[in-house]
Design a protein around this ligand. Structure first.
Ligand code: ZN
Ligand code: ZN
Length: 342
């Protein structure tokens, strides 16, 4: 295909542009939603507020309180004194890999990622709100408890192996993160009364797909972060949109140039043919016998021999239009050559 390179580039650019645009609208909608969310402290009587709403439900609110486990907390693997409610353990492999350009670059791969969680509430004084489905949160801020890098000691064989395969081990990084008991966080989501425990209140991911947040940031900081993200995606959209337009422009220009060249070549061919025809007209013998005249136009002399039948029956002008069969014997024409009478 003629424009394959440009089309592939345009396709890749289009996909990246689409992803950025989707993220931009996601941030924009999240920003509007968070701005519109009412803020409550867990310390206020949320039960009474919910009783006054229809369906005992608030679609999107922000609440702030202290994290407390409902039962037995989780304990850190590295430091047994630290307790929490959500724990993330991950192991990453760090390698140096040879890229297609021939350079070596640092890369990391997640080998294992484990989440543990126990039921917990956001608490303030005697008031509490149960937090459901914490792992579904789009932002779930956790403290890093430990981050350990274990470098690998390569042997001579490893070096040799690495040279041929293009991948050299650097080491393993194990990280432990935790949402700790006693942390103060802002939860943004849907607030409703629990059916199981009378009087209990719970915070859960909104059913309409609005993002769910459990963050150590205040609402103002979260808004700023979302706004920054929105701006970044906007600029990325502008950049990839611009690249897309540029590639389209190049394609259109190339297409137009090719068409123009084709048109000029055709014009040249036509004018050459016309001048040849005109020249033939001038040198033709006007005084011809009946058997010397072209069988088609009945005016020009016979000038072309048709092969394989060998009939000399056409002038050069008429021979241009007859390509399949000899007009005299109906034999399929394989070749046409000028015929000279001396
Ligand atoms: Zn003719
Ligand atoms: Zn023939």
């Amino acid at each position: 295909m003629e424009y394959l390179g440009e089309i592939i580039a345009l396709g890749v650019d289009g996909i990246i542009f689409g992803i950025c645009l989707k993220q931009y609208y996601h941030c924009k909608n999240a920003l509007t939603a968070v701005k519109g969310a009412e803020f409550y402290d867990v310390g206020t009587d949320l039960g009474k507020i919910l009783d006054n709403t229809s369906g005992q439900k608030l679609d999107y609110v922000a609440i702030r309180g202290i994290v407390k486990p409902l039962g037995e907390p989780l304990y850190s693997v590295k430091n047994k004194d630290l307790a929490g409610v959500v724990q993330k353990l991950s192991v990453k492999e760090h390698v140096v890999a040879r890229t297609t350009t021939g350079f070596w670059s640092d890369q990391e791969r997640t080998i294992q990622e484990v989440y543990n969680n126990v039921p917990f509430v956001l608490r303030h004084g005697s008031y509490k709100v149960e937090v459901m489905d914490a792992l579904a949160a789009e932002i779930l801020d956790m403290d890093t408890i430990s981050d350990h890098f274990e470098p690998s000691v390569p042997t001579f064989t490893d070096h040799l192996w690495g040279f041929f395969t293009g991948v050299r081990q650097r080491g393993l990084q194990s990280t432990e993160e935790m949402l700790r008991d006693g942390a103060i966080i802002t939860g943004i989501g849907e607030l409703s009364k629990t059916v199981a425990r009378s009087g209990g209140i719970r915070l859960q991911p909104p059913l309409n797909g609005t993002p769910y947040y459990l963050t150590s940031m205040s609402v103002t900081s979260l808004l700023r972060k979302l706004d920054d993200r929105k701006k970044t995606y906007w600029w990325l959209c502008v950049m990839f949109g611009g690249i897309g337009l540029l590639i389209s422009g190049i394609v259109v220009r190339r297409y137009w140039k090719d068409r123009e060249e084709e048109r000029l070549a055709k014009e040249l061919r036509e004018s050459l043919a016309a001048s040849r025809k005109e020249r033939r007209q001038r040198v033709r013998d006007k005084d011809l016998r009946e058997d010397q005249i072209c069988v088609v136009c009945r005016s020009n002399p016979k000038e072309i021999i048709l092969l394989p039948c060998g009939h000399v029956c056409l002038c050069e002008d008429c021979a241009e239009g007859i390509i399949t069969q000899c007009p005299v014997c109906r034999t399929t024409i394989s070749q046409k050559n000028p015929a000279y009478f001396i």
